[in-house]
Design a protein around this ligand. Structure first.
Ligand code: TLP
Length: 344
């Protein structure tokens, strides 16, 4: 039996169209800038993001890392929310590569407001690390795929820019934000200096992310990418899948969102599980299992025995992520397995 894999949308397998495009991809040495497929992908990604240029990077982590390096100086502070991916899941690259410290703001749903950001900005003085950058995560992963209201993004970006700060958007799942709000990606990212988005998550490509922003910054970013070991040579084979992902998958995301809402509604009916389905706007469902009196790792292990893969994110919460490789029927099966796992 094929496992129902709700651990992440990173687990999607490339579609037949992606595999065909990969096989037929025209390639060259991308370190010389000679891979025509990568060049095409970078132009297309820039166009979609509404930025001058884009850079193909192997991972979202590398995209965020390069963005932070481009937009800060050594010793500055980066403001983000307290459960941001770049704080909790990127091996302290903000410190390791850019020499910055993080000022984390706790939030109810991962969405920062300008007022919260404003109060944390440190001016140059004899004690503090001066603030250099604000990083916002849209959609917000660990808070359950929450989406920034466009007005909030504009307020944060305008406010930050007025104070001489930069803004990076970790838009790993910005296409989910676009599907949920009906706004084009370019509009969502417009006010931010740089935006990173992943081809390898809900869009379904086997690997790769894009960093987009001003041309001069992206040219410098190419050098940081090389420093980090991201000069990938004939990588048009991957870019080809990315191009297919950009054209084909965005239209399918609404189905993933409907499936996530369906999962959330089912979860809310299982005794001991707490979730507000009304808050599930995209493809990530984070739910609290504390009242089941079972540890999330135990629930995860029981689910695995019934062919459902679903990970804990801490001692009380678990995360289910929908994507094109899980259909509605699989979500129903996962709900039945969960109900069984927590009552067994
Ligand atoms: N997220 C992964 C794990 O690392 C948690 C997942 O399964 O969701 N920004 C955001 C918001 C992300 O969710 C991720 C990956 C990244 C950046 C990093 O992307 P990769 O994994 O390509 O380095």
């Amino acid at each position: 039996m094929k496992a129902i894999d709700l651990r992440s949308d990173t687990v999607t397998k490339p579609t037949p169209a992606m595999r065909r495009a990969m096989m037929e991809a025209e390639v060259g040495d991308d370190v010389y800038g000679e891979d025509p497929t990568v060049n095409r992908l970078e132009r297309r990604a820039a166009e979609i993001a509404g930025k001058e240029a884009a850079l193909f990077v192997p991972t979202g982590t590398m995209g965020n890392t390069i963005a932070v390096k481009l937009l800060t100086e050594h010793g500055q502070e980066v403001i983000c929310d307290s459960r941001a991916h770049l704080l909790d899941y990127e091996l302290s690259m903000v410190a390791w590569f850019s020499g910055c410290v993080v000022r984390a703001i706790p939030t109810a749903d991962g969405i920062l407001s300008w007022d919260e950001v404003r109060r944390q900005i440190r001016a140059v003085n004899p004690y503090s690390a001066p603030t250099g950058l604000v990083a916002i995560e849209n959609t917000h992963n660990m808070h359950g795929g929450t989406v920034y209201p466009i007005q909030t993004i504009r307020e944060i970006c305008d406010g930050a820019h007025e104070r001489g700060l930069k803004v990076h958007m970790d838009g790993a799942r910005i296409f989910n934000a676009a599907a949920a709000t009906g706004l084009p990606v370019s509009e969502i990212a417009a006010a931010a200096d740089t935006v990173m988005f992943c081809l390898s998550k809900a869009l379904g490509a086997p690997a790769g992310s894009m960093l987009a922003g001003p041309a001069a910054l992206m040219a410098k970013g190419r050098l940081y990418r090389k420093r980090l070991g991201g000069g990938m040579r004939q990588v048009g084979v991957l870019a080809a899948a990315g191009l297919v992902a950009l054209e084909e998958t965005p239209a399918l995301l609404a189905q993933d969102h409907a499936n996530a809402r369906f999962l959330a509604e089912g979860l809310a009916r299982i005794p001991g599980i707490a979730i507000d389905p009304g808050k599930v706007a995209t493809n990530i469902v984070v739910f609290d299992v504390a009242a089941t009196n079972l540890a999330p790792v135990e629930i995860s292990a029981r689910l695995k025995q019934s062919g459902v893969l679903l990970n804990p994110i801490n001692e009380r919460q678990m995360r289910a992520v929908t994507h094109y490789d899980v259909a509605r029927a699989a979500c129903q099966q996962a709900l039945e397995a969960l109900a069984e796992a927590v009552t067994r």
